[in-house]
Design a protein around this ligand. Structure first.
Ligand code: ADE
Length: 421
């Protein structure tokens, strides 16, 4: 079969397939769903365009959707997150068209999104909402085909809710990110581990004894702070939300404004979803050799153009994914992964065992979306609780963990109000 695609190098496919199979070993819930999908074909004849990080875990999701009868096309959700071997294997072994090359420029990134949309999807699957945004802004002629979509990440859900509030969203979306089996695990443990992995792979610095400044205390940042602390870092958290700041204080971190943290930090990691969290006035006061990185969805959290303007000359690449900026007084600031998601650019993204639950949500929510398309409005929906609970149950079962069952007496107690002190 010949398929249209744009990947780096098909000769990487064999290694990619081995890594996809390796990831699959840690994805028992998705494997089970794939078996069910293969038997029941809930996605039969459905064209799906998925804008996701092209990793070995995504490859296993795409195989699951394909087993369910969908015609899947993949495009990257970030120019630096593609695993070229996984992309090659998807094309060569699984006959899934992929448009993604690690390091592609912005123009190619959007060209790839358009190529995926050329498949005239019935369902969109997004991670950051770039696909939905282009569809609504530049490819409106295709909107009539679309019955619904899903969204993977916090940033994407925020954008889509803004579209729904502005009454411009033209089809229903399920916010996969909002499932407990997604954000409690993927955002916290996945981002926590993979972000530290990215910082360490890029720099090989010792975390123990370093001051690590974590910007934000949402689920992702909680994971980052926890893992940085676990490695012996001295963690400072910055926040704008009093509740989250209070939680960070009681979790044992120092909390202060970024202006105060800037001169103290050795390593900075942003994960807030907002722009210029690390700005020029922060670079002004940072220590020599401060390392700055981002784990939020977009490369907007560090003011890179401001840093470039402050620096003497162009940045120097001193290691893969490490750029050195020299300031007029000689201080050096090291920017990781061009300010893009450090966990996916410099490491391999979240481990398969957490993506198992995130992508189980994606798969089951796609089937749910198709089954209920007629009843759903042009809104952003939460993942049905039954799906969330079922994924937790299946994950526990795969891990060999059993839980207690309420006795009839306990059940009656929980539904009564008479008994008190
Ligand atoms: N987002 C974070 N980690 C990921 C991974 N391993 N695969 C796909 N999307 C991700």
């Amino acid at each position: 079969m010949s398929i249209d695609y744009d990947v780096k190098d098909l000769s990487l496919a064999q290694g990619g397939r081995l890594r996809i199979e390796w990831a699959e070993r840690e994805m028992p819930v998705l494997r089970l769903i794939r078996e069910q999908f293969a038997a029941e074909k809930p996605l039969k004849g459905v064209r799906m365009a998925a804008c996701l990080h092209i990793t070995t875990e995504t490859a296993n999701l795409a195989r699951t959707l394909q087993a369910g009868g969908a015609e899947v096309v993949l495009t990257a959700s970030n120019p630096l997150s593609t695993q070229d071997d996984a992309a090659a294997a998807l094309v060569s072994y699984y006959e899934i068209p992929v448009f993604a090359i690690k390091g592609e420029d912005n123009e190619t990134y959007y060209k790839h999104i358009h190529a995926a949309l050329d498949h005239k999807p019935h369902v969109t699957m997004d991670d950051g909402a770039d696909l939905v945004s282009i569809l609504h802004k530049e490819r409106t002629e295709l909107l009539g085909n679309v019955v619904g979509g899903t969204e993977e990440t916090t940033t994407g859900v925020i954008r889509l809710r803004a579209m729904a509030n502005n009454k411009v969203l033209r089809y229903p979306i399920i916010a996969v990110n909002d499932a407990l089996t997604k954000h409690l695990f993927d955002n916290r443990y996945g981002t926590g581990q993979s972000t530290l992995d990215g910082v360490i792979r890029a720099t090989n610095v010792l975390i123990a004894g370093k001051t690590v400044v974590v910007a934000g205390y949402g689920w992702c940042s909680r994971g980052i702070a926890m893992r940085a602390k676990g490695l012996g870092g001295n963690v400072i958290v910055t926040e704008i939300d009093p509740l989250k700041a209070l939680e960070a204080v009681m979790d044992g971190y120092r909390v202060m404004p970024m202006a105060e943290a800037a001169p103290l930090g050795d390593i900075f990691i942003t994960s807030t979803g907002d722009i210029n969290v690390l700005d020029t006035h922060h670079f002004e006061v940072m220590k020599d050799s401060a390392i700055v990185s981002n784990s939020g969805h977009f490369n907007v959290e560090i003011n890179i153009s401001g840093l470039q303007k402050m620096a003497k000359g162009a940045p120097r690449r001193v290691r893969p994914f490490v750029e050195e900026y020299v300031l007029p007084d000689g201080r050096r600031i090291f920017l990781l992964a061009e300010g893009r998601l450090v966990n996916l650019a410099a490491a391999e993204g979240h481990p398969s065992a957490v993506m198992d639950m995130s992508f189980a949500n994606q798969a089951l929510c796609s089937a749910y979306m198709l089954e209920h398309a007629d009843e759903l409005e042009k809104m952003v929906y939460s993942v049905p609780e039954a799906i969330d609970k079922e994924i937790a149950r299946l994950k526990l079962k795969a891990m060999g963990v059993q839980v207690d069952v309420l006795t009839p007496e306990q059940e009656a107690y929980l539904t009564s109000w008479e008994e008190g002190t």
